[in-house]
Design a protein around this ligand. Structure first.
Ligand SMILES: [Fe+2]
Ligand SMILES: [Fe+2]
Length: 298
């Protein structure tokens, strides 16, 4: 962390960051249902029944899952009335995304300096975009689109720590970014000496997230550093930039670090393909409202 004194920083901001890091035990823990569900998703011996039983223990999650499964978000033509059919039809990884998203929203439901509506809209649009990109590239490389959705939902989670645990400092960071017309990532580095990607790593370590998710949190602004997870991280970077371009940032005219050409090259997306992807996303953005109202706020 940098120790330089910078105009615009709140006095003591860097000390408050160190306090959060030193007291990592006080940051929210993943609920046991999410941990158990991750084990189920990762185990080759698991059945749909195992996942259904877990989710079924939580009435609020059960109702969210059934409502979302029947919404236009997934566009499933038949009606789904039980958790077990939702698991079978949507798949383990989709259930993991739903449960993780709902749990994270609940864990960070305190007072924030960031506009939470905008935060979650940005996260959900990034997640949907990432899923659409992966689907579009399926003939080039196989990846579960739902892993990209999950990474998209979580990619900026480090911002939630700043916004909930040091709201005044983060307000100053947002104002500094606006005033200097720089990205939040750069403003965080300057005023706090740490950025939301590094903060995301602290949560990822605490929660023992799988490596591909962790790398998406840590490297989404520097996809060139993502090593073995570079495919997914390039997807998340591109999805993040597209979400900003479509107006889904943390605030109006938020500056976003964009390495679009490099990412497109890595992912082998030509100009025509890229335009097509953006068009599909523009046509799907309305559906993000269903996810927000059912899973995040529901
Ligand atoms: Fe970010
Ligand atoms: Fe983002």
């Amino acid at each position: 962390m940098s120790n330089e004194n910078t105009a615009g920083a709140m006095p003591g901001a860097k000390e408050r960051v160190v306090k959060i890091i030193d007291n990592v035990d006080r940051l929210p823990s993943l609920p046991s249902i999410v941990l158990a569900l991750m084990d189920v998703v990762n185990s080759s011996d698991s059945s749909a029944d195992d996942a259904a039983k877990l989710v079924g223990q939580d009435p609020a999650l059960t109702s969210k899952m059934i409502r979302l499964a029947n919404s236009a978000f997934y566009g499933i033509p038949r009606s789904i009335s039980s958790v077990s059919s939702a698991v079978v039809i949507l798949g383990f990884n989709t259930i993991r995304s739903l449960v993780l998203s709902a749990s994270v929203a609940k864990m960070f439901d305190g007072k924030h300096s960031l506009d939470m509506d905008r935060f979650w809209k940005h996260s959900v649009v990034t997640a949907m975009t990432a899923k659409i990109i992966v689907r579009h590239l399926m003939s080039v490389r196989m990846m579960d689109p739902e892993s990209a959705f999950c990474a998209g939902i979580l990619h900026d989670i480090g911002k939630l720590i700043f916004s909930q645990y040091m709201p005044e400092d983060y307000d100053a960071v947002c104002n500094y970014a606006k005033e200097k017309e720089i990205s939040l990532f750069d403003a965080e580095n300057t005023l706090l000496g740490i950025n939301h990607a590094q903060m995301g790593k602290i949560l990822s370590d605490k929660w023992s997230l799988p490596l591909d998710l962790e790398y998406s949190l840590v490297h989404h602004h520097n996809p060139q550093n993502a090593g073995e997870a570079s495919y997914l991280v390039n997807v998340i970077h591109l999805a993040d930039v597209i979400a900003h371009d479509l107006g889904f940032g943390m605030f109006d005219d938020e500056v976003c670090i964009a390495e679009v050409e490099q990412c497109r090259m890595e992912l082998k997306i030509g100009t025509a393909d890229f335009d097509k992807i953006v068009q599909i996303i523009e046509g799907s953005v309305d559906k993000s409202q269903e996810f927000l109202s059912t899973v995040i706020k529901g």
